[in-house]
Design a protein around this ligand. Structure first.
Ligand SMILES: Cc1cc2nc3c(=O)[nH]c(=O)nc-3n(C[C@H](O)[C@H](O)[C@H](O)COP(=O)(O)O)c2cc1C
Length: 243
């Protein structure tokens, strides 16, 4: 029988990763269907997001992991900042020529995952992205501090560069070239909106009996039995998933 801990690959880790776990919510604080503040995902997201924003230990409640994939389905994931949400979807801004931008151009399927650790809550969103309008991208670009605008132009996001100095030199050149009045949003920089097909609300509970309620669009002609699948609002249905 091997004495190596299963979580210690080649015995390199001195920390007992297998033993790492925190307490989630107990049985008096479950997330049940009766606790839904809305029968559609955007209202429910609003309630949880606002709670996350009002939780001081959460420094960036709008930080979200974004998964994309190539046309062959090879996935990649990174963090972005949510910059808006509503019935049309969940919005973020980036460089369209970046790795994520290139992947989204060939495969518009995307997934997002918020994790608000102090609340023991996560939200998973899956859908299709669309670029936001040039007007929308302009509006957000020009609302950012000038230094951030320069930074976005200085960086050809996801490209390989020789060293950090390359960026500093580029930034200096751009600062000499532009003022707040003359700077222009590059066409390769703008917004995306993830139009959700499903939104899952997860809450970590005791004994790993976590709560998961997923909203999704019904299949054409799908029968809503109100046992497993429940009728929501605004064309959504919802169902509980096994943890
Ligand atoms: C908390 C956090 C927020 C971030 N927000 C953004 C963002 O809104 N837009 C963006 O392009 N990159 C953002 N980044 C950087 C990305 O995670 C990533 O490094 C970058 O977008 C390049 O990703 P790509 O090469 O996969 O396209 C953020 C990183 C962190 C850690």
């Amino acid at each position: 029988m091997s004495t190596t801990k299963p979580t210690s690959l080649n015995g390199t880790c001195n920390i007992d990763i297998g033993g790492m776990r925190i307490k989630y919510k107990d049985k008096t604080e479950t997330f049940t269907e009766e606790n839904l503040v809305s029968k559609e995902p955007i209202g429910q997201f609003k309630a949880w997001f606002e709670e996350a924003c009002n939780t001081p230990q959460i420094l960036e409640p709008n930080a979200v992991f974004l998964g994309t994939a190539t046309k062959d389905g090879i996935p990649s994931v990174r963090a972005v900042l949510l910059k808006g949400y509503g019935t049309e979807g969940f919005k973020f801004y980036t460089n369209y020529d970046s790795r994520k931008g290139r992947e989204l151009a060939e495969n518009p399927n995307a997934a997002m995952n918020f994790y608000w650790e102090p609340l023991r809550r996560a939200v998973r969103i899956e859908g299709i992205v669309e670029k936001t309008s040039a007007e929308d991208s302009d509006q957000y670009f020009y609302s950012r501090p000038f230094s951030n605008q320069i930074g976005s132009i200085a960086s050809k996001q996801s490209s390989i560069i020789a060293n950090r100095q390359t960026l500093i030199v580029k930034e200096r050149e751009l600062l000499a070239q532009y003022t707040e009045k003359t700077i222009k949003r590059p066409e390769c920089w703008g917004g995306y909106i993830v139009k959700p097909k499903s939104v899952e609300f997860w809450q970590g509970q005791s004994d790993r009996l976590h709560d998961r309620i997923r909203f999704r669009r019904p299949e054409r002609g799908e029968k809503i039995d109100n046992i497993f699948v429940h009728q929501g609002e605004n064309g959504w249905v919802y169902e509980r998933l096994s943890p």
